[in-house]
Design a protein around this ligand. Structure first.
Ligand code: FES
Ligand code: FES
Length: 149
């Protein structure tokens, strides 16, 4: 059994403690915005926030996040109001197929919290998510727009 706080709601979940957080989010809690890509902490499509920090949930056992604050892409917008990053994503038409984008946005939200005005070098060093559609230039432009908003 694991007690998790996800997007401000407490859940008691009957699960083996070694189960990756990603699968609990998707299969037990029904939050399918967080995506499975590689399963080995390489692609970033499964990125969520744990106590505000970007974490790759495919490689994070639920036992490690009990008592912490978990936020998924579904929990970002507050009362239907999009964040600056989400608005910039729409303005710059960043998503193509969209599969990597929830994880990309979660990684960017965490970066902007740490570095509100990131340089291109900061972006390259911190946003290592993989996008098979090659949206990297739009991602960069949208990050700079969100930082100025
Ligand atoms: S699915 Fe987690 S990093 Fe790729
Ligand atoms: S938008 Fe298609 S994988 Fe990134």
């Amino acid at each position: 059994m694991a007690r998790l706080t996800i997007n401000g709601t407490s859940h008691n979940i009957d699960v083996d403690p070694s189960t990756p957080l990603l699968w609990v989010l998707r299969e037990q809690v029904g939050l399918t915005g967080t995506k499975y890509g590689c399963g080995i902490a390489q692609c970033g499509s499964c990125t969520v926030h744990v106590d505000g920090a970007a974490v790759r949930s495919c490689a994070m056992p639920v036992s490690a996040v009990e008592g912490k604050r978990i936020t998924t892409i579904e929990g970002l917008a507050s009362k239907g109001v999009l964040t600056k990053v989400q608005k910039a994503w729409l303005d710059h038409e960043v998503p193509q197929c969209g599969y990597c984008q929830p994880g990309m946005i979660m990684a960017v939200e965490a970066l902007l919290k740490d570095k509100p005005k990131p340089t291109d070098a900061d972006i390259d060093a911190n946003i290592t998510n993989i996008c098979r559609c090659g949206t990297f230039q739009q991602v960069r432009a949208a990050i700079h727009a969100a930082a100025k908003a």
